[in-house]
Design a protein around this ligand. Structure first.
Ligand code: GAR
Length: 200
């Protein structure tokens, strides 16, 4: 049976659109049951509305109230998985506990390097020669949960944060759907912090 995913975003929504496209092309067996944004005018939310997807603006002025509303939507829609796709807020311990192993996030660096904001700037400033992106389960920390998938991107001498971010984004669009597939199809086992693929 096709599993349901709820997407949380705060901005442009290119990761959401990549997931949507991969579902449309039949490369990802999932249904987007809700797109939720903490920003009323987020491009991603407007796009979701245009596409006719169930779309919700949820104010996070009061974080607990915001999370309560998100829980209501996610549970009413019976989402199997919550995918953070450029959702720029740290979720509370209680929220994360409630959906243990059911929240994924994508981050534009090779974690555990450069968590938090402006990961691409951090990577350039540090002087790494390779960066990339990471899909991980969300735990109570910031960008600290067990890693499902990563992709590596070379850093060039003439990179700017924007150029690097663009190249990383292309990889994000691939690995997020791959990671969602693994999780929705229960193709993994957890060993400590390690997310290992089940042998088929
Ligand atoms: C992406 O690069 C994503 O990895 C990053 O925000 C961007 C959202 O782009 N997320 C974080 O930095 C979370 N800490 P998008 O709105 O086009 O998907």
């Amino acid at each position: 049976m096709t599993k349901k995913i709820a997407i949380l975003l705060s901005g442009r929504g290119s990761n959401f659109l990549a997931i949507y496209e991969n579902i449309r092309k039949g490369e990802l067996d999932a249904e987007i049951c809700a797109v939720i944004s903490d920003k009323k005018s987020a491009k991603g939310l407007l796009k979701a509305k245009e596409l006719g997807l169930p779309s919700y603006f949820v104010s996070f002025k009061n974080k607990l109230e915001g999370e309560k509303k998100v829980i209501e939507i996610v549970e009413c829609k019976k989402a199997d998985l919550i995918c953070l796709a450029g959702f720029m807020r740290v979720l509370s311990r209680d929220f994360v506990k409630r959906f243990k192993w059911r929240i994924l996030n994508i981050h534009p660096s090779l974690l555990p390097s450069f968590p938090g904001l402006e990961a691409q700037e951090q990577a350039l400033e540090y002087g790494v020669k390779y960066s990339g992106c990471t899909v991980h389960f969300v735990d109570e920390g910031v960008d600290s949960g067990p890693i499902v998938k990563q992709a590596v991107v070379k850093v060039f001498d003439d990179d700017t944060p924007e150029k690097l971010a663009d190249r990383i984004l292309r990889e994000e669009h691939k690995i997020y759907s791959e990671a969602i597939n693994i999780v929705l199809n229960n193709q993994y086992v957890i060993n400590g912090r390690r997310v290992l693929l089940k042998k088929s």
